[in-house]
Design a protein around this ligand. Structure first.
Ligand code: FAD
Length: 395
């Protein structure tokens, strides 16, 4: 085990790395892991087939009925396509997550969406009121991991996200609001890469899954700013959740299963009012510092539009499972932005805040994903850096 090189304060936040690692490991991660398995939090309502508004030629989004992890054939590793010979039927091999049990109980709608508002989120592109085209996905059966989605299609999305919507900043050149948007996207990107690295198809012939620590190093650890942005995004979303604590505490978690619903409520309370969290830092990120200049409102509109574009780009993600998690996590970020920037100041009441059920699901599932990534980097980072950090790159 090597030393963890991330120490000291996280930029723009009041936590330092050691504190957030310890609170995450002891409190947040275990609570979130349990919370996301409850009926309320494991079903996500999503429009998975959709027209990509930017590249009509892409043709990736056309598969209305394809199940969640069925990416276009050319995106998949060879073994996903071949008939299976070692005693398993092809059904056992292809996309376990895409089997009928993962496309979910639609009667949930009338029960679980009762008492929740349906309203538009100004930060996101999806029309949440458009029930007809939505399907439910059991997130537990569709984990975010390696899917084989790579190459020009994936690259095109990331390039568009960065170059059109939140250009990389160099310090001093850009206003803090734009910097926040860039860091949020980069932090999310880091988290997605960590999930790919931690659950990777290592051997296509034996269908063996496991960690790919080289990817962890080459795409994440080698770039300390990517790790820093991950921590920043985690704290930003955590701040949104704690800011909305009063609202989230009283929200309706009824799914018809009384004992499980009580458990959901109890886990939420433990998460929202964790003493350790409050003692360490009541304000993980100080949103009140933003939008203060003269052009504040204008800037907010501009950044809102940019974020909506990023949200729309998720419809162009060519692999269905990646699109599912892309949409969920961008909605989660959009919800955090809505919470932090639709209420002024730290102590303003949140009574005007209105969240949709799906927004709450996305927000907490995003927080869980980020918490997993932070834990993974914290635990694996030092030893992996020790192995790969010493290898000198050829000139
Ligand atoms: P990419 O990850 O595609 O990165 C492209 C470029 O962006 C890099 O060359 C680098 O310059 C820059 N970059 C990379 N990371 C960061 C960062 N953290 N901050 C700033 N800049 C950065 N694949 C899966 O296997 N499973 C998934 O669940 C999955 N989900 C995806 C969801 C979305 C929304 C998108 C767009 C793609 C998803 N992919 C998924 C594909 C995956 O993200 C990569 O695109 C793919 O693995 C190819 O990786 P790459 O090494 O070419 O670099």
């Amino acid at each position: 085990q090597g030393q963890n090189k991330y120490t000291g304060m996280i930029e723009d936040c009041c936590y330092d790395y050691e504190v957030i690692d310890s609170i995450n490991g002891e409190v947040l991660h275990p609570l979130l892991q349990e919370l996301v398995t409850t009926s309320f939090f494991r079903y996500f309502k999503v429009k998975l087939w959709c027209d990509c508004p930017f590249w009509p030629d892409d043709g990736m989004c056309r598969l209305r009925d394809c199940s969640v992890c069925e990416c276009p054939e050319n995106e998949f590793p060879e073994t996903f396509k071949k008939p299976w010979t070692n005693g398993l039927s092809p059904d056992d091999l292809v996309c376990q997550e895409g089997k009928p049990q993962s496309t979910v109980d639609r009667t949930l709608d009338s029960r679980a969406f009762r008492d929740w508002i349906v309203a538009d989120n100004p930060w996101t592109n999806d029309d949440e009121t458009d029930n007809g085209e939505m399907t439910y996905v059991n997130l537990q059966l569709n984990p975010e991991r390696f899917t084989g989605y790579t190459g020009p299609s994936a690259r095109r999305i990331w390039d568009a996200v960065y170059s059109e919507n939140c250009p990389r900043y160099s310090s001093g050149e850009i206003c803090p609001e734009k910097k926040v948007l860039y860091k949020l996207i980069s932090g999310l990107h880091t988290s997605i890469t960590i999930h790919i690295a931690s659950d990777y198809l290592l051997d296509e012939t034996t269908n063996q899954w496991g960690e790919n620590v080289e990817i962890l190093y080459q795409r994440v650890l080698k770039y300390p700013d990517r790790v820093q942005n991950l921590y920043f995004t985690f704290l930003f979303v955590l701040r949104a959740v704690t800011k909305a604590a009063d609202y989230l505490e009283l929200a309706e978690y009824d799914t018809g299963n009384h004992s499980e619903d009580l458990k959901t409520q109890s886990l939420m309370k433990q998460l929202l009012y964790s003493h350790k969290l409050q003692a360490a830092c009541p304000l993980p990120f100080d949103e009140a510092k933003l939008w203060q200049g003269q052009s504040g409102p204008q800037l907010k509109q501009q950044i809102q539009k940019q974020f909506r574009n990023i949200s729309a780009l998720m419809d162009c993600v060519g692999c269905e499972k990646c699109r599912l998690w892309g949409k969920l996590q961008v909605l989660g970020l959009g919800t955090a932005l809505k919470i932090l920037f639709s209420i002024d100041g730290h102590n303003s009441p949140v009574q005007h805040l209105q969240l949709q059920r799906n927004e709450v699901i996305a927000l907490l599932n995003l927080l869980n994903r980020l918490s997993e990534s932070v834990k993974y980097v914290h635990e694996k980072g030092p030893s992996v850096e020790k192995i790969f950090g010493q290898v000198t790159e050829p000139a």
